[in-house]
Design a protein around this ligand. Structure first.
Ligand SMILES: [Zn+2]
Length: 404
């Protein structure tokens, strides 16, 4: 006999909890995917059912979604259900919802899955950060992703789209939605939006504005602006983030905008967002073999450009670690789109499975580098060393280092 939907959901939800518990305690996993997969196999509508009566906020984009999701979770206050380990496909969403009964939910969503998750959840707010190329050997071309978002959001009622007005691909994705809150936040990377998504003619960028000959252009009315000060829906706020980097100020501006549409008091949210100091091990200080390291994650050209921009011009050594395993994308040719020229004046130590590819790229960029073959011979530093690593390389550094 096929169980009734509610019983089926209850069984599936319990299966998610048990399997994730076993995964965490027995196999040392993060316990967020296996249970979710089994739950969805038992009850294919589990994501719809578990999210039905809750207030849902979704966050998507190529870069910054884990941090922005963490900012929204922190800024909301109280208990918030969230996929904090970054498992950002439906199995991870089901796991997060099964693990917490909280009525407040913020979910990071993989760009390729956003249309499906929008269809499955009755989301109140969706935050769209940016779109740039990432793992093109297995992911969609960014224009296709923008088109799928656009189709999913066109004319959709009951949802506020918090969207970056400085990313033409995000504007293309959001412009047909019924309720859009445009955010005018600094977005230096526009290399992936060289041509107009409407007409394919070149886009023009000039002094914080952008436009195409066909009339497609930056939205004029933004509810949020970030310059010398941050203004969110007429409220002036002072950002004093513990997280580094200008890109995190843009992330915070968008997180606070989303929170405002979720009914959260902006001043209370601001204090909680300012206090956030580390997200899933990122930006945190770690110890390894007598060295103090600051771990920075960057997975693609735009992410690397943002992270390299946080390094001070002090000539200090920088460690860069590159792998090209399945989770990173097997093809490391994207290294040639990273502006490594920004590291001139620093000495770069090359780590990771693909350290020779990195060294070759740095050679073309005229950056001083050392390929690390003997880790015991590394010079020690009196100040924390910045370690910029892509996905699995970052995990390797987090695993091999200890807390400070
Ligand atoms: Zn155009």
């Amino acid at each position: 006999m096929v169980p009734a939907p509610s019983l089926r959901d209850a069984v599936a939800t319990q299966a998610v909890r048990v399997l994730n518990f076993v995964s965490r305690t027995t196999f040392g996993g993060s316990g967020t995917v296996i249970g979710g997969r089994v739950g969805l196999a038992l009850a294919p509508h589990l994501l719809e059912d578990l999210s039905a009566t809750r207030t849902i906020c979704l966050v998507s984009g190529t870069n910054g979604k884990t941090t922005t999701t963490a900012m929204i979770a922190a800024g909301w206050g109280g208990k918030v259900a969230t996929n904090e380990t970054g498992s950002n496909m439906p199995a991870g969403h089901v796991a997060a919802l099964a693990a917490s009964k909280s009525s407040s939910v913020v979910l990071e969503v993989d760009e390729g899955w956003l249309a499906n998750v929008l269809a499955a959840t009755n989301a109140r707010v969706v935050t769209l950060l940016n779109l740039s190329r990432d793992q093109l050997d297995r992911a969609n071309e960014v224009r296709q992703t923008a088109g799928r978002w656009r189709n999913a959001l066109a004319g959709r009622e009951g949802i506020t789209v918090v969207a970056n007005a400085n990313d033409p691909l995000v504007v293309y994705a959001a412009e047909l939605a019924t309720d859009v809150a445009w955010c005018d936040v600094p977005t230096p990377w526009n290399t992936d939006a060289a041509s107009c998504p409407r007409c394919t003619l070149p886009l023009h960028f000039h002094e914080g504005s952008w436009w195409s000959e066909c009339g497609f252009s930056k939205p004029l009315q933004s509810v949020t602006t970030l310059g010398e000060t941050l203004v969110v829906r007429d409220t002036v706020l002072t950002l004093d983030l513990r997280l580094p980097g200008e890109f995190n100020e843009s992330n915070a501006a968008m997180a606070l905008t989303a929170l405002s549409y979720l009914g959260v008091d902006l001043h209370e949210a601001l204090d909680r967002v300012n206090a956030l100091s580390s997200v899933a091990g990122r930006f945190s200080l770690r110890r390894w073999r007598g060295h103090t390291l600051r771990l920075l994650l960057a997975k693609n050209p735009a992410g690397f450009a943002a992270m390299l921009g946080t390094l001070t011009d002090d000539g200090a050594d920088v460690w860069v670690s590159i792998n090209a395993r399945i989770a990173d994308g097997r093809d490391p040719s994207w290294l040639y789109d990273v502006p490594f020229e920004m590291l001139r004046g620093h000495r770069v130590y090359c780590f990771g499975d693909r350290r020779l590819d990195l060294a070759t790229r740095l050679d073309y960029a005229a950056v001083d580098y050392v390929v690390v073959r003997d880790e015991s011979a590394l010079p020690t530093s009196t100040v924390p060393i910045n370690v910029v690593a892509n996905y699995t390389a970052f995990q390797d550094w987090r695993d091999r280092s200890g807390p400070c």
